[in-house]
Write a protein that binds this ligand. Sequence first.
Ligand SMILES: NC(=O)c1ccc[n+]([C@@H]2O[C@H](COP(=O)([O-])OP(=O)(O)OC[C@H]3O[C@@H](n4cnc5c(N)ncnc54)[C@H](O)[C@@H]3O)[C@@H](O)[C@H]2O)c1
Ligand SMILES: [Zn+2]
Length: 418
Amino acid sequence: MRPAPVIRLTQRLSVPFDYPVVFTRGLFEPANSLLADTLDRLHEGRRHRLMVCLDAGVLRTYPELPRRLTATIRAHRDRLELAGPIVTVVGGERSKDNLNTATRLVRAMQARRLCRHSVVLVVGGGSVLDVAGFAASLVHRGLRVVRVPTTVAAQDDVGVGVKTGVDAFGAKNFLGTFAPPFAVLNDFDFLDRLPHREWVAGLSEAFKVALIKDKPFFIWLCRNAALLNARDRAAMEQAVVRCAKLHLDHIRTGGDPFETGSARPLDFGHWSAHQLEVMSGYRLRHGEAVAMGIALDMVIAWRLGFVGESDLAALLDGLRASGLPAWTPLLESRARNGKLAILNGLESFREHLGGELTLSLPCPVGRRTEIHELPKALVVTAIRELQVHNGLGAARLPAPAGTRRRSAPERWPTSAIV
Ligand SMILES: NC(=O)c1ccc[n+]([C@@H]2O[C@H](COP(=O)([O-])OP(=O)(O)OC[C@H]3O[C@@H](n4cnc5c(N)ncnc54)[C@H](O)[C@@H]3O)[C@@H](O)[C@H]2O)c1
Ligand SMILES: [Zn+2]
């Protein structure tokens, strides 16, 4: 029998996305036209209806905010119109650890009769940006979202990216969408009253991206770690802008903005970080878990001969000086079957990415390489070394045997350095 003829049509779409990412102060001053100018950036000649989602933690810290926000919208009423009362969203991981908040937000969007030209203005930390962005990306297949990130992590990482996410079924960010924002307006005023734990937590993403992309920035971070921990505003603003720019550059030029491949360089250190967050019942901040995740992966990179001992010591000292943790006893905890529980993170990470396990590691600092296998024994050794460091300090880290270090890359093959 002859095979049936195949009719093959080809479709190719290419949709450009562009969004401004602005850093400023005083965004919600009625005299400031930045919000109105941004919503009107396409000069559509109409008033823009907007629904405001406000992080409850931000509201607690800035009780005057709703009044200022509505006054700013009223001052520019020729271009802006508030659609219904401001919606307050519980802050932190609680807002995204199930679908309740997302469902409530979707209903609020429907009640306000938002259309695809309406705007959802999200003012909050990374968790609220994630959940509100997720909800908005589902309604009418995607509403315009303007993000106003209010934590260090939200300004230097979450806010500038193209992803949304909600935790489900015990897995971090199990549900989520790719949904680039319409604009990102970072107001440094929001960092002034940020609890110190949040202030510090956001720095781990800066260490992360510097280690794989920008050695001078890594050195700068280590040198300025104590200043950053002492809440120097100018230093923090520099760190935030540089970190955000590195993330933006990677998303634009990395060749895979919607992450269809298996590599995820910006998730360096995250395979264990996400696992630690889940294991801690989200008591650990994302940034704290990332600090421990990059510390662990840096020990692994050192063991593999990718980075020097002085680089590792600089990171561990830098984390400590900036107030970030490099160790938690959770790293040693065992699952019911006696297996090191953290190792479950490797399998979840592989599943999340799809295909072959691909982990990015610094090689050398400021550049990266990929490994596709991470032997359990190496993780166990790295955890032990991190523990030693935690007890004894960087100067007393036991050096790995030189021969082993040199032979390691053959046993754990890498792809080209990019
Ligand atoms: N979508 C992405 O690309 C991406 C990237 C990295 C991280 N994330 C996610 O971001 C989340 C972490 O975000 P985060 O670190 O910004 O913390 P967060 O959003 O969980 O906020 C932490 C706490 O700070 C409060 N808060 C926020 N802004 C404040 C302010 N200005 N003043 C006082 N309190 C304030 C919040 O109410 C909350 O209680 C995690 O869920 C993580 O997975 C997403
Ligand atoms: Zn992260």
